[in-house]
Design a protein around this ligand. Structure first.
Ligand SMILES: Cc1cc2nc3c(=O)[nH]c(=O)nc-3n(C[C@H](O)[C@H](O)[C@H](O)COP(=O)(O)O)c2cc1C
Ligand code: SF4
Length: 485
């Protein structure tokens, strides 16, 4: 992963913890309305893919154990990981693209409801993404993947030569000469792995995304409602289809790219279709980026514009993330796919403890405050969720007091200690297992391995009932904690 060149090491410092009485009187542990329902507290566990679904995208026992463990801590809301809306094979990524996924998803909502005593509201993040392939072996790329065109023949002076001869000639070229012969996209397919973009409108399925996606998202949201979720979070963030439509890098010329109004068109159409499918008494919000954190990408000013439009359209919450794009991702190894959290924009999304002068804590707060202010100025009271390096009570309370956000997201801190909420609310803050922001968990995510936290995954491995990874080396959920009697 990319790291700021300053390489300043930070240590998590949560500041003072509240007594139970102070917590009870705090903003953080006070209720907030979010569309048609009320969260009991302003705490939120953002979506985190734990790589526990079955190979064909069903809820497994391990998925249920994972969310049940979080529910034990009773956060105000929790968002289930990015879940695919299409009925296409996507490896062990959770799916909601067909009714056959409903029984598993129902078991999941029931488990969370039971484990949290009904205190935690449960949303599911629904996602669309475009094709991405692994970085090919050089020879295979020239032998099989590259489509030979007249451009290659002309550049090599091999006008009528058979295709095999052109392939062999390309294979024999060294990298500098290849740079002259291949197009930038062909070079990218060779060095990074082929990746589709929303601007590839020469491909019919990409051209037709504006027609296909509203229905796909709406069907997925209807299933989420049927499965017993309290709402859906439309995934409009990071490296995926909807964020790519919103991005200033979207130059589509069909009315869905270019100026901001056009870039917002499909996200608003998707929202309208979803709302029509689920009705007004079901929470619908989105997660989107306060900044792309890329040269030429969206800035906070873009995000202010989109926030106002989303709020005006009637979204029930807006959850802000930042960065996490493919455009600046590092080069993957041969046989692996590019991962959108390996460049500078990835650092902004999941900052680690090795940082710059600002540090890893609260990098998204100033942008969130500006976006929230723009939405309030436009007359909307849509709740704003902010996340990124938040781990302390005092820090969370200050975010709410200063009006930087309305709800505080704790992703890795909740992974390090799913009982953060229970402990802090009960006056046991000193017992919190603090996240180090080491990104050990994120490295597991990158390899599509079951995500765990280094602070607890080797603890009490032989204790009764502890379930482990296939190699037996790591426990899959955090050790249990109960308040002292
Ligand atoms: C293992 C892992 C998986 C993640 N998966 C998702 C995801 O599915 N959807 C999403 O919007 N963000 C995802 N994120 C990003 C987090 O939701 C969050 O925005 C980020 O970790 C920064 O917040 P934090 O500092 O509180 O961890 C993931 C993060 C981690 C560590
Ligand atoms: S592995 Fe644990 S300590 Fe490290 S960043 Fe992830 S949650 Fe935090």
């Amino acid at each position: 992963m990319w790291r700021p060149p300053e390489r300043i090491a930070y240590k998590t410092n949560p500041g003072p913890w509240p007594s139970a009485a102070e917590a009870a009187a705090s903003r953080l542990f006070s209720p907030i309305a979010i569309g048609p329902l009320t969260l009991r507290q302003r705490t939120w566990v953002p979506a985190m893919v734990p790589w526990r679904a079955t190979e064909d995208g069903f809820v497994s026992d391990a998925v249920i154990d994972w969310y049940r463990r979080f529910a034990h801590g009773r956060p105000g809301a929790m968002v289930v990981e990015a879940t695919g809306i299409r009925d296409v094979p996507s490896g062990p990524l959770l799916r909601i693209g067909h009714d056959r996924f409903l029984p598993g998803l129902k078991s999941l909502t029931e488990a969370v409801r039971e484990a949290s005593g009904g205190e935690t509201k449960l949303f599911i993040q629904i996602i669309d993404f475009l094709a991405i392939r692994r970085r090919p072996e050089r020879d295979k790329y020239f032998d099989r993947f590259l489509q030979i065109t007249d451009r290659h023949r002309d550049a090599l002076g091999l006008g009528d030569a058979p295709e095999e001869a052109v392939r062999a000639a390309l294979k024999a070229l060294h990298d500098e000469a290849l740079a002259e012969v291949l197009t930038p996209r062909e070079r990218e397919a060779l060095t990074m792995g082929y990746r589709e973009r929303v601007t590839d409108t020469h491909l019919p399925h990409i051209r037709d995304l504006p027609q296909a996606l509203p229905g796909l998202f709406a069907d997925a949201a209807r299933r989420a409602r049927e499965a017993g979720f309290d709402g859906v979070e439309l995934h409009y963030a990071h490296a995926y289809t909807m964020a790519s439509f919103l991005s200033a890098l979207n130059t589509r010329r069909d009315g869905y790219g270019g100026p901001r109004e056009n870039r917002a068109r499909l996200p608003l159409a998707v929202y309208a279709a979803v709302r029509a499918a689920v009705g007004d008494d079901f929470v619908v919000g989105c997660r989107y980026l306060s900044e792309d954190c890329l040269a030429g990408g969206n800035t906070v000013a873009d995000a202010c514009y989109f926030g106002v439009e989303f709020a005006r359209a009637g979204m029930d919450f807006l959850s802000l993330s930042r960065g996490g794009k493919f455009e600046d991702a590092g080069q993957p190894k041969v046989g692996e796919a590019a991962y959108p959290y390996t460049g500078r924009s990835g650092y902004e999304c999941m900052p680690s403890y090795i940082s710059d002068a600002f540090g890893p804590f609260g990098r998204n707060l100033e942008p969130a405050a500006r976006i929230r202010a723009a939405i309030r100025q436009a007359g909307h009271d849509t709740p704003i969720v902010a996340a990124g390096g938040i781990h302390g009570f005092a820090q969370a309370e200050s975010i709410l007091r200063e009006g930087q956000a309305d709800i505080v997201g704790f992703a890795r801190q909740a992974l390090a200690d799913p009982d953060w909420f229970l402990k802090v609310r009960g006056g046991f803050g000193a017992e919190v297992r603090l996240c180090r922001y080491s990104n050990y968990c994120e490295a597991l995510d990158q390899k599509h391995k079951p995500v765990t936290c280094e602070l607890w995954d080797r603890e009490a491995l032989d204790a009764p009932g502890v379930k482990r990874t296939a190699d037996g080396k790591r426990r899959l959920t955090a050790p249990a904690w109960e308040p002292p009697a």
